[in-house]
Design a protein around this ligand. Sequence first.
Ligand code: FDA
Length: 291
Amino acid sequence: MIRPPFFLARRFVAGETLPEAIEVVRRLNDRGLSASLDILGENVKDPAAVRAARDDYVGLLDEIARTGVDSNISIKLTMLGLDVGEAFCEENLHVVLSAGRERRTFVRIDMEGSRYTQATLDLFHRVLPAYGSASDGRGAGVGVVIQSYLYRSAADVQRLNEARARVRLVKGAYKEPPEVAFPARDDVNRSYDELMRELLAGGAYPAIATHDDERITRTRTFAAERGIPVSAYEFQMLYGIRRRLQETLAAQGHPVRVYVPYGRDWFPYFYRRLRERKENVAFVARNLFRE
Ligand code: FDA
């Protein structure tokens, strides 16, 4: 596939550089939204490039501290050497988590394709005791992501709740075979609702990450029924998607965090966002035509 010019990705990607991304976060903060900054890139296989990515994450933490913006960070273990080896990845992960702890900034480990699920959770459970997971949503610590399309996720959530881990719940963005993931959208949604209830009732400051109105309504209803305050969980959405809904929820008193990706390696992320919704392809095509 031909790589399109960056301006087409601008709706979903904050910029190709860190200063552009910080500017976007400032604007979100002004609108009552917090952020999670993500350096785009995945599957880095050269050890020198992995160390450079690790240093970029530390640089990002420095810049958040220096500018005082309200943002934590999201990281990918395949940028920290998971394809090179688990021990190598763990070393690099410690460097990033220590930097997060020193700067009092929370670090979320994104979840990638199913071939990485077990290794990601193993590494997460290994580092969790050293860095913790602030359960009030503030402060440093480490968290992870669970995808409702995977059959295994109910068991994973149970173990994470027992460990008092902070979990972001998503539907899942990768193309997975029916051996590991629900092929039908209804099943993915049903699983999402079940996991949401488990996390709200027994987890530590879960993040309900979705743009799906029905999932959001069910979350609010369940929390209200159980007397769970809005400050005990947060909603998360992606930069550029359902912006009005983000602001509406924030105005109603819900903590809302926007995932803000930036960097030069934006194509795989952009492609996942296009694949999720055919209207996005039309949107990009219209802009291309306009230029
Ligand atoms: P769904 O796809 O059913 O969409 C519901 C509605 O939201 C749509 O009808 C539309 O209105 C809107 N919408 C959704 N996607 C859109 C798009 N691309 N463009 C425009 N409108 C759109 N995945 C993963 O595998 N690992 C991870 O670590 C993360 N991390 C992550 C963080 C955050 C903060 C979010 C919000 C999402 C992720 N994801 C993720 C992605 C997630 O798995 C999923 O692919 C997307 O959130 C889309 O699913 P929805 O829950 O929004 O529902």
